[in-house]
Design a protein around this ligand. Structure first.
Ligand SMILES: [Zn+2]
Length: 127
């Protein structure tokens, strides 16, 4: 799967919600939001698997290698949530907050990195 972004990320964060944690297989999922109009899927559409539970954000992954790729309201909506770990280049944005820290598991220390933490979504997050 290959994709191209033609705009800067609007925002980026670490999400610790149980769905993102399981989607990423890690302590948190690092994601950035780009306008959907600036996103182009170049290759591999047939490999995408969209796991969306009713009432929750999409979790899209590669059915061949298992990489967590996209989320949000995929494939509709004004923004695409891109998993920062899938990027080849520096996104020139850094995650600026932690969301859903109420879901941080007992085994995660969540070291103090100086970023704001929200028990669920920050007030400014429209998703
Ligand atoms: Zn999440």
């Amino acid at each position: 799967v290959r994709y191209e972004l033609r705009a800067r990320f609007r925002r980026a964060n670490f999400c610790h919600c149980s769905r993102c944690r399981k989607h990423s297989g890690a302590a948190a999922l690092a994601q950035g939001r780009v306008p959907a109009s600036a996103f182009t899927l170049l290759h591999g559409r047939e490999l995408l698997v969209n796991f969306t539970e009713p009432g929750h954000m999409a979790k899209v992954f590669c059915g061949r290698c298992g990489s967590s790729l996209f989320g949000g309201t995929w494939p509709e909506g004004p923004e695409v949530s891109v998993r920062l770990g899938t990027l080849d280049d520096d996104p020139e944005i850094r995650p600026s907050y932690h969301s859903f820290v109420e879901d941080v598991p007992a085994w995660d220390q969540l070291a103090d990195d100086g970023l704001p933490r929200y028990s669920q979504l920050p007030p400014s997050d429209v998703s």
